[in-house]
Design a protein around this ligand. Sequence first.
Ligand code: FAD
Ligand code: 8RB
Length: 469
Amino acid sequence: MSSRPPITIIGAGLVGALLGTLLAQRGFVVELFERRPDPRKMGYLGGRSINLALAERGMHGLRLAGLTAPVMDKAVMMRGRMVHALDGHSELLRYGRDDSEVIWSINRGQLNTLLIEAAEAAGAKIHFGQRLESADFATSTLRMCDETSAEIREHHAAVMLGTDGAGSALRAAINAVAPLGERFEPLGHGYKELEIPSLVDFPLNALSPELADKRAAGERFAIERNALHIWPRGHYMCIALPNAEGSFTVTLFLPNSGDPSFATVVSPSQVADFFARDFADAVPLMPSLIEDFTQNPVGLLGTLHLDRWHLDGRALLLGDAAHAIVPFHGQGMNCGFEDAVELAELLEQSHGDMAEVFAEFERRRRPNAEAIAAMALENYIEMRDSVAAKDFLLRRALEGILAERHPGRFVPRYAMVTFSRLPYATAFARGKIQSNLLAELCAEKSRIEDIDLARADSLVIQRLSPLDA
Ligand code: FAD
Ligand code: 8RB
């Protein structure tokens, strides 16, 4: 095998397009096959204003691709969680220490288009409207279906990289010849996308006096622009992320069965009653609530676990194709971008033994993928209910104090995941030590003044090694 084999990537979504860019930049001959049409010609399929939270791990990948400036140009800063209580009052809980520790809301279609342009500019060749149908690993042949003509074409690919998302066709093809130990763990909760329109687009008869004043003052955002909004309600919640043009994409997360659930909140009157009772302050912000709820499907949520990610040196899965997770840490894309960076660096250093590169990639990344999968599940509980609980507030206050007293040693788990590039597995392990410590120190206590800080300091030093600068 030559030291620089040509690489075929299946799927030019977020991870595939970044990976294509990074590999082409490093001198590899790269071809990508994407099922959807070229977003620059037809507009991005997948429609409306869907946004994603971009954090440090994702930013790092974009930086290496040279995309920091064009992405930041289109992104909206989110400084913290804006928590909307049942009684209608709201409070901003900052994510970081200052505006250097924030996350960014970015439109998926715009981000994917920038990545596709970067991949082509770096020299990658992208074939749009080409869907992988099956793969023959014995002859290294892909069968591609043209989505407009339905014509089947064969393509030779010695090295196949699968970034074709949670429903990966390459994964199915590998599984058929060498089982990957695939297991899908359903969450039991689904999601539905709703919208808070820009004030500019609000139907005039639906504007409350307060919103009408904002609009008259030239404001486009109906609620605080620079925040990730959460309406925590115990076993379910709504969230909203800002779009640059002034709207917010709202997501309702709700159990699939029980009461209330997607089984009991169905008819227009059930939807109206449910929102009037649980999200009263959000109802005037969503003039198309009933239409959106009725028209948009319930999305499936769960965690995909695989025991293996590759077929010797012939095929490797990465991104959602290898490890789809629940959304509650906003890390699916961020984690996938880390995969792309890790693989590009391994391939750049390798002497052409693909089986060795893929095995090393799996060895490095799989424990981290498992760690973020677990932390994402935990963050659902934190977001939907403990944001309001008393003991949570005490532990959170102590966490802030210890973080300030021990910088570089006691770093809140949220910050390790979101603002650092420490391995997720490290964040998970240190997070457990820290949470046990907080629980011990806060046991039987209800006020921050009653906590023994000298004991806290000595436990921190005993149990947590300093992180490398
Ligand atoms: P995808 O982005 O799904 O890309 C897969 C690509 O492969 C697509 O372009 C698809 O058309 C193509 N494809 C599929 N099948 C074939 C085939 N047979 N042949 C050829 N091409 C094919 N993550 C975050 O980090 N932060 C967030 O805030 C966040 N918000 C999200 C909001 C929503 C509504 C959703 C659904 C996900 C969110 N995620 C978020 C997760 C994130 O979108 C995924 O983790 C990320 O897109 C994974 O990238 P990927 O390239 O692996 O897969
Ligand atoms: N997939 C996010 C966070 C953590 C916020 C916090 C949470 C919607 C589907 Cl649910 C969610 C976060 O702890 O305060 N940061 O970024 C993004 C999130 O949901 C995204 C928008 C989402 N992902 C299917 C829907």
